[in-house]
Write a protein that binds this ligand. Structure first.
Ligand SMILES: O=C(O)CCC(=O)C(=O)O
Ligand SMILES: [Fe+2]
Length: 341
């Protein structure tokens, strides 16, 4: 099957519109989106030998760090990347029908979904150049997909989840200690796990478009496996965008809006985005940890709220304004701040 047939039609259509003649082959390393600062400036946190001061610095000044010695077998990270690649390579129709009536959602063009799993509508010009599967982890064990490539991903994700919930708990405990938070049970803040598996198709005309536009995550924390080949993740630091290099056997952890609120704004929910790539497809897998439904986020900066209330507000804003307003909606001084996205 021609690879283009595996793309959602709307992305194929735009692809043809955007660039009628095929581009000449690129000279190696000519893409500015793939230029990485050397040495890599992203803070490194070693999970085996957790250094509390370094973690504090990374959470305060970056909201993102690279995790090493995380204990996830390298073979599992690679198998996941491979299985995801295989899954995306089947026809668009097969991916769509494999998910109908299941807890897994297949989406494209935007990562913003309603609670029932449908993608929020976007005009073709505002499409994000991405397709993905949204996997609620609590439902994975009683879901039997008929599509073999989806079944392979399901089995691997079940194994992967054990590692990621361990990592999340360990990191949150250390952060709570640094923040002197009275977290009786840090599990409550990480009670709901969600996995997103993405493919960012390559697109010769990257002008003005994004794989995923700038945003902050709504999670407590997100843990990204971006493989070791194709970059694209960028973070905003001191008003400048910085490319986050894919490095084998490392994971990227970023803090989300819930963590910023829990920490009374001491920690940052980092603004990040994914660029489009002219020549190469990119696969990434992102794990998101959210508070349990009943957990009230209490902080000195924000009115008390639950994650469900936060999510409902985000959806209302996306519908009405076309973008997420985020935490500032819950600020005690609501009108004094409007966040980026
Ligand atoms: O694919 C990536 O590198 C990042 C994805 C992301 O930011 C998200 O899912 O919120
Ligand atoms: Fe994100």
């Amino acid at each position: 099957m021609n690879n283009i047939e595996s793309y959602p039609p709307v992305l194929r259509h735009l692809e043809q519109q955007r660039h009628p003649p095929p581009p000449p082959p690129p000279p190696p390393n000519s893409d500015p989106d793939e230029e990485f600062q050397e040495p890599d400036p992203v803070p490194i946190i070693d999970l085996e030998c957790l250094h509390h001061e370094k973690l504090e610095e990374a959470c305060k000044n970056w909201g993102l760090f690279r995790l090493v010695n995380h204990g996830v077998p390298l073979t599992l990270l690679k198998e996941l990347q491979e299985a995801a690649k295989e899954l995306f390579s089947v026809s668009f129709e097969a991916k769509e029908s494999a998910c109908s009536g299941s807890p897994v959602t297949y989406f494209w063009g935007t990562p913003a979904l309603t609670p029932s799993g449908t993608a929020l509508t976007r005009s073709p010009q505002n499409m994000n150049w991405v397709e993905g599967f949204d996997v609620p982890l609590s439902q994975l064990s009683h879901f039997n997909p008929q599509l073999p490539t989806l079944e392979s991903v399901r089995v691997l994700v079940m194994e992967y989840e054990k590692h990621l919930s361990r990592i999340g708990r360990r990191l949150l405990e250390a952060m709570a200690k640094n923040l002197e938070l009275n977290i009786k049970n840090s599990k409550e803040y990480l009670a709901v796990g969600m996995m997103r598996v993405y493919r960012y198709p390559n697109c010769p005309d990257t002008n003005g478009g994004w794989g995923m536009e700038a945003h902050t995550d709504s999670s407590v924390m997100s843990i990204l496996n971006q493989g070791d080949e194709v970059g694209g993740l960028q973070l905003l630091k001191h008003h400048q965008w910085l490319n986050v290099k894919p490095i084998p056997d490392t994971l990227i952890v970023n803090l989300g809006d819930m963590m910023q609120a829990i920490s009374n704004d001491r920690y940052k929910s980092v603004t990040h985005r994914v660029s489009m790539n002219k020549h190469k497809e990119r696969i990434s897998l992102c794990y998101f940890a959210f508070p349990g439904e009943e957990v009230v986020i209490e902080s000195s900066k924000y009115k008390p709220f639950t994650y469900n209330e936060f999510r409902a507000q985000v959806q209302e804003d996306i519908k009405a304004l076309g973008h997420k307003v985020g935490l500032s909606r819950f600020h005690h001084n609501q009108n004094s701040q409007v966040s980026l996205l």
